[in-house]
Design a protein around this ligand. Structure first.
Ligand code: PA5
Length: 412
């Protein structure tokens, strides 16, 4: 059963444009499911991932959990955002599991110098994730961290504390993994970084953090096969496309819980890198409410109306706080989550007055299964909207330009 419900009550104008492309979107989904194009391996992957991979991830995760208090995940873009987003959305590592720390998602010496304390003061393991194996940020961080690990544990023990996740056959990380004998997992060749949420690149570190990766995968698999769901589920891709066609340029992802901030970052990567080509695409932005209402609320309500809003709304939460009497008669005794739910309604009512198109995605509750469904749903949406826009949602030719300029400056 799908745990995601779409609410288009405040996007009626967009939904009008949905009808004419409905058959086309269904054809695109059927085409994606046939996995005939490069980098569409993710579409059926939740049903295809070998059972031995799941068992190996759980066995190795148990071993790593027994060895360390901190797992440093080295990776960038699609090779870490899914892990960070899911860990945060679930409230951090489960009790008794190592805390996950991230490296190689930037090139700040200041940031990375701070990681030395972690290696020095905690039992540490490394998980390096890079599909290509050659990404500059992850290569730099891996070499720095390995040096610190050698100082602390020696070379032989360090090798036992490294898990490498990379392409099955290509790249320098694959070569090093094979020559050093690191425990390793593969990211399948026909799955690209931002569509890799259900591969070991994301699921292995999650398993170390105590996330139930079987349930996460089960959520993705259930929604991937749920034809009933997709009859309406594709309307999100269609509405995004219709809004884009009417001139909207920005999609603002909004959520009323800071634990979803990195889900917003994950969405920005998925949609930005998938759609931003040939002068096309919606610019993805994200805001955490009510925090950002006190900075961006004014712009949303009355500024340049180039955007529409996509609200990710968690309907039921398993933790709450009761407001004490000192908060005043009107609020005393109420649940903070209920007040937050009123904020969702109130902000939407105010934005409706300003004619802002809004699509609400209700997520029944926050757990592994729901996250599996939600991330898979966004992946299909990005691919279908990209195809409707007439771009290739699976490549990223534009990122080569800045990388080359940096390499030139570094004399490489
Ligand atoms: O979606 C993508 O392909 C990118 O964001 C990559 O995930 C990112 O550049 C990291 O690449 P790699 O895993 O090869 O180090």
């Amino acid at each position: 059963m799908a745990k995601i419900k779409l609410d288009f009550e405040h996007a009626k104008a967009a939904v009008k444009g949905v009808e004419e492309n409905r058959a086309k979107a269904a054809d695109i989904l059927a085409y994606l499911r046939r996995d005939e194009e490069d980098f569409t391996g993710w579409v059926n992957w939740p049903s295809e991932i070998p059972q031995e991979w799941m068992s190996k991830m759980e066995t190795v995760a148990a071993d790593i959990r027994s060895k360390c208090e901190r797992l440093i995940v080295i990776g960038i873009g699609g090779s870490y955002l899914g892990t960070a987003a899911i860990v945060d959305a679930l409230g951090g590592s489960k009790e008794g599991c190592p805390e996950i720390v991230y490296a190689g998602n930037n090139m700040s010496g200041y940031y990375h110098a701070g990681l030395k304390d972690i290696v020095d003061n905690y039992d540490t393991c490394l998980c390096v994730v890079s599909k290509s194996g050659g990404t500059m940020e992850s290569r730099l961080a891996f070499s720095i961290l390995k040096d610190w690990m050698y100082e602390k544990y020696g070379r032989e023990e360090t090798a036992k504390r490294i898990v490498a996740i990379t392409d099955p056959a290509k790249g320098i990380l694959r070569e090093e993994t094979d020559s050093e004998g690191y425990v390793n997992f593969e990211i399948p060749g026909n799955i690209g970084g931002r569509y890799s949420a259900f591969t070991p690149g994301i699921m292995f570190p999650l398993a170390v953090a105590g996330v139930d990766i079987k349930k996460l995968l089960a959520g993705a698999e259930a929604v991937s096969k749920d034809d009933e769901f997709w009859k309406g589920g594709l309307d999100y891709a269609l509405a995004r496309f219709a809004l884009y066609e009417t001139g909207k340029e920005i999609e603002v992802f909004e959520y009323y819980d800071p634990s979803l901030r990195l889900i917003g970052e994950w969405c920005k990567q998925l949609f930005g890198e998938s759609e931003g080509k040939d002068g096309k695409g919606l610019f993805p932005a994200s805001l955490t409410f009510s925090t950002d209402l006190h900075s961006m609320g004014q712009f949303l309500q009355a500024g340049h109306q180039v955007f529409f809003e996509t609200i990710i709304n968690i309907v039921n939460r398993d933790k709450d706080v009761k407001v004490p009497a000192s908060a005043g008669e009107e609020l005393a005794g109420r649940s903070l989550n209920d007040i937050n739910a009123m904020a969702v309604k109130g902000v939407m009512a105010a934005h409706a007055k300003a004619d802002i198109p809004m699509i609400k995605i209700d997520v029944e509750e926050m757990n592994e299964e729901a996250l599996g469904q939600l991330l898979y749903f966004f992946m299909v949406t990005a691919a279908v909207t990209g195809k409707l826009m007439g771009i290739d949602p699976f490549n990223q030719p534009g990122v080569e330009d800045y990388k080359q300029e940096i390499r030139n400056l570094l004399g490489q």
